[in-house]
Structure formats: structure tokens, C-alpha cells
Design a protein around this ligand. Sequence first.
Ligand SMILES: C[S@@+](CC[C@H](N)C(=O)[O-])C[C@H]1O[C@@H](n2cnc3c(N)ncnc32)[C@H](O)[C@@H]1O
Length: 466
Amino acid sequence: MTPPMTPLARFSALVEQRLGLHFEKGQWRELEPLLTERSARSGVEGYLALLDTPGAQAEWKTLAERLTVNETYFLRHPAQLEALVSQVLPSFSRQTPHLRVLCAGCSTGEEPYSVALMSRERGLVDPARLRVLGIDVNPRVLLHARRACYSPWSLRSVPEPSRERWFQRSKEGFTLKEHLREQVTFEERNLLQDAPSFWAPGSFHAILCRNVIIYFPPEVTRKIIARMARALVPGGYLFLGPSETMRGLSDEFELLRSGDAFYYRLKTPGAAALPPPIGLPVTPSQVTLPSLSAPPPPPVPVDGLEEVLMALEAERYEEAWTRLDALPEGSRPQGELLRAVLHLNAGRFAEAERAGRQLLAVGSTEASAHFLLGVCLEQSGDDAGARSRYAAAARVDPTFALGHLRQGTLARRAGDVAEARVALRMAVSLLPHEKPLMLTLFGGGFGRHGLMQLGLRELQACMEVR
Ligand SMILES: C[S@@+](CC[C@H](N)C(=O)[O-])C[C@H]1O[C@@H](n2cnc3c(N)ncnc32)[C@H](O)[C@@H]1O
């Protein structure tokens, strides 16, 4: 006879059934405080029974707010966005008056707004014909998305000229300009709930569902992908995150590659009538893992930390924490550095700053610690302080390309073109050799190629100043 499920196991099963979020047994301790808190009034049994009723909608919204991981930022995975706005959307624009893009799991809105922003910058599609819809199960992130006001940290990958063009700076942060906001709408929607009219055939030309299915078990992902396949126009495109794959989950799509970007196209009977696919078909033997970053081998810096790094690289932050916590004491100071970077990625700047100062105090991983402190200062709006930290990072380790890159970017922003040119030239010449570890820790989600593009763009902008 199988033993009855514990309340925590039942809570985890309900969360998976309702929101799709899968928690391994080893992660249940993350759920425990939440279950204790939420069931304080009705008792655990009463609470679990309530969750299983149709009247529990408000409680499920609260749970979605508490349990979802909402990490995102503008221009994330830029090679995919480039393929979407420069190739995929223009390929449809002759056939249809309106182009419809869905961002499924859009979080606080940076992704759908990035599609609108980048599409306007490239100018290949009439903005009046492009509509972007963002959906998410978490109502709190949608409020933020509709407000469209962001911290410098969210804009960390947006070059200065684009910041100036598309955002208004205020005390609260950077607010997206009205005409760009008008192209994007948001809806609260759970990907697990089938709504036939929403997922009606031919509803979207492209769907971005990036860094979302990573939290779902395969059977949930399979259903969601089938629903998305149904909702795409014939030959429509689906973009997943770099650490997500459709292998074994659907054979309705072919995998394509264009530059550094991997994405999928719906296979359609009678495909001869369709425009040729955008991007090159990729055969299974060519695919080890659809990673957008440029060639570097997996970083292997210190014994016992590789798995933390792999989780970090794939943006699986929860897993990275769990693995980090399980490391033996002796894994310092690199373990401390990774801990600080995880705080940084979660937007906990005070903790990241504290950890950075401690690293400096013990005199270890000095360049990284300066860089980390630079990021914290930059996000708080102290560009001058950040710039001197980045400069210190580059001084301590003159081969640290990212230190030069950020120093140069901030120097240019401050109008100090001479310093910017020197730093950016250094960055561009060092980036091809930058250690994979540094790119993983401090590349802000960009691969080597993306960072190189950023550096070159910044340098070009400097050259245009006489
Ligand atoms: C890590 S964010 C990814 C944001 C963005 N796509 C990106 O790549 O930057 C994942 C988002 O998926 C949302 N999500 C998780 N489960 C969901 C579900 N069942 N239905 C809709 N959205 C969900 C979360 O609320 C979260 O905002």
C-alpha cells in the first residue's frame, strides 16, 4: 500500500497541476514556509481543500505572485530578437495587413516592449501594423508591465542612444514613451488553461515563450507547445529560451538557425506554397544544445562549482542557489563570488554589494568584486561611482574585457569620449579572449558575439563624435 501523501507533497502537486511549476522533492522546503503562512487561518487540510475548489481563484493569483520567477530585462537574447524583427516579421508583411506577436510568460513587459522597440529601430515593418501581446499568470508583474517604468538594471543591455530615444528619465526610473507602449497590450492568462478562442488557429505569426517552460514538467510543456502550434499561422515561428528545447516534446516544428539565434518554424503540409523558411534548417546532429552564446567551451573554473555555473548560465537561478548551498565550506572564495552574482541577478543589490565588499576586504577575486560593485552602483543611478569601479576592475586585471567595456560605455555616456575610445578599443580587442567564466558571471545574458556587437556599436558612436 502506498503511504498517503504529506501535505507538502499535495501542495506541490496542486501547484504543478494549476500553475505548471514543478518542484522536485528536494525543493519542497522552499514551499514549506509559504504553505505554513497561507494556511495559518484555515489549517493545512482546510487550505488544501480550498485550493482544489473553483472559488480559490484569488488565492491562486497570490500563489502565482509568490511562486513564479520573473527575471527578465530589455533586449534579452538579442540574436533571437534580431532574427524576429529583421527576418521573420518582414517575411510575413506582404501577405497580411497585421502582424501579431505573442510573448507568453512576458513578466514585467521588457520582452514584448523589446520586440516593439527593436522593430522600430530596424524599420523593416510598419509599426502601425505590428501588435504585440504579452500574457502572464502573475497579476503583479502585469501591473508593472502596464506602468512601463523601469530601473536602470532592466535597461542594462540597452545602448545609450536607444535609452534616450525610447525612454523618459524621471525620479522613478525610465518610462517607456507612449507611442511604443501603444503597440503592446497585456493580458492575465495561465498557459495551462485552454481557451479555444484565444488559441484559435492562425492567431499569431510568432510566439516567444522564452525562459518559461524551463519550470514545467515535460507533459505540461507538451500540451502548451501543441496549443501554440495550433495558434500559429501556417509556417509561423516559435522562439524558446536558449536553455530550452523542444526535443522529444513535439514534432510539429523544424529547428532553424540564423547567426547566433535558434528558433522553430511550424511544419506545414503543402509548404511549397509558403515563403521559404527564414534561417537555415538545423539537423539533429548539429544540435547539442540550442545555445545562443558564441563558441566558448563550458567554463570549468573550480572543482565542485561547475554545476552552479551551468545552472547560472542557463538562468536556472533556483537550482544554482540549491547547488551553491550544498557546496562544502572549502569552495570559497569562488562560491562567495557566485553567491554575490546570484544576488545581483535577482536584483538584491544591497546583498550583492555587501558580498562584493567582503570579497574586496579579504583581497580575493578583486577584479570581479570591483565589477560587481560597479553594477550595484550603476543600477542605483551612480554612474560616476560605477565607472570608477569598472576602471578599477580593468586596472587590477588588464585582460578583463567586460571591465573595459562597462568603463567605456559609461565614459561615453558622460561625454568623456577620449577615455571611452581607449576603454572600448581595449574591450573589443580583448572580448574574443575573455574567459567563459567572466562572460557567464557578468555578461548580463549576452554571449561573446552579443557583447562584441555592443562594444562595436558603442565604439562607433564614439567615433561619430568629433
Ligand atoms: C523567467 S520569466 C521570463 C520572462 C521573459 N519571457 C524573458 O525571457 O525574459 C517567466 C515568466 O513566466 C511566467 N509564468 C510561469 N508560469 C506561467 C503560467 N502557467 N502561465 C503564464 N505565465 C507563466 C512567470 O510569471 C514569469 O513572469
